[in-house]
Design a protein around this ligand. Structure first.
Ligand code: TMP
Ligand code: ASP
Length: 254
């Protein structure tokens, strides 16, 4: 069967296809889960559907509070229409509490509150394992200039405040998250917008009362069912019915 449209890029969890109009792409969410730079892999039934809906929910919320992002509209259970951007090759990480690589690097207990939100960068390069880089590196290697970085920090902190509040409202603590930023042009004028996805794949989410993990650490650390964890997040946000659907077939509420 001939492919119905041109594939532009395939990553570990998503595929980008040519969109219906110039400057648009179709973002397809796969069920594949990877960790530790794809050394650990599995297919989690329903993950793509949940992340498509969750990313729509967060990006739409960001649009509603005036934070520019790539989301245009959801097309179906696994696909969304997005603006084509030129991705800045950085993972922009915001941390509110120590966890993961920060805890390891600094010997801090996971969950330790940080004195203020900390923004850090990794250079997006799978062959190198996404190494952490400083602002000096970012500017010296030309991935972004100082003005871009000021805008990136401002976007990242706005996303942090928004997500922290949304999650806090449903009894979830936002420990940290990663976003990606893209460039778009309106004529000669370049703007930076939030791109990629916002989902439990790219956040650390702990139940505010019990500390139970509701994010990809469940998969990274073999803590149980990833689909159950993501469904719980979707349920609390009102995107899944309270009693939940059978695993693998989440019945989303529109
Ligand atoms: P880290 O503690 O492993 O550096 O991760 C920080 C945050 O970034 C955490 O929310 C998970 C997210 N993240 C990604 O989205 N993709 C990645 O490749 C990595 C390593 C982390
Ligand atoms: N996203 C990375 C991978 O696919 C790492 C991670 O999220 O843990 O391997």
């Amino acid at each position: 069967m001939a492919p119905r449209r041109k594939k532009i890029y395939e990553g570990k969890a998503k595929i980008l296809y040519e969109g219906p109009e110039p400057g648009t792409l179709v973002q397809y969410f796969k069920d594949d889960a990877t960790a530790f730079n794809a050394q650990k892999k599995d297919v989690i039934d329903g993950k793509g559907v949940l992340n498509n809906r969750l990313s729509e929910f967060f990006m739409t919320g960001l649009t509603n509070i005036g934070v520019p992002n790539h989301f245009i509209r959801r097309i179906n259970m696994r696909e969304q229409l997005i603006r084509q951007v030129e991705i800045i090759p950085l993972e922009v990480i915001v941390r509110n509490f120590a966890a993961g690589s920060m805890s390891k690097r600094l010997g801090l207990e996971e969950g330790t509150p940080l004195p203020r939100p900390i923004v850090e960068y990794s250079y997006k390069n799978d062959d190198l394992g996404d190494p952490m880089v400083s602002e000096e590196y970012v500017i010296a290697f030309g991935w972004a200039n100082q003005q871009d970085l000021d805008d990136i920090v401002s976007l990242a902190l706005r996303v942090n405040d928004f997500l922290s509040g949304v999650f806090y409202g449903v009894g979830i603590k936002l420990i940290d998250f990663k976003i990606e930023i893209g460039r778009v042009w309106d004529g000669d004028f370049m703007r930076l917008i939030v791109a990629d996805e916002i989902s439990p794949d790219s956040c650390r989410l702990w139940d505010a009362k019990t500390g139970q993990k509701l994010d990809k650490d469940v998969f990274r650390r073999d803590l149980g069912s990833l689909a159950d964890a993501y469904s719980e997040v979707a349920r609390r946000l009102g995107l899944l019915p309270a009693q939940g659907a059978p695993l693998g077939k989440p019945t989303l509420i529109n």
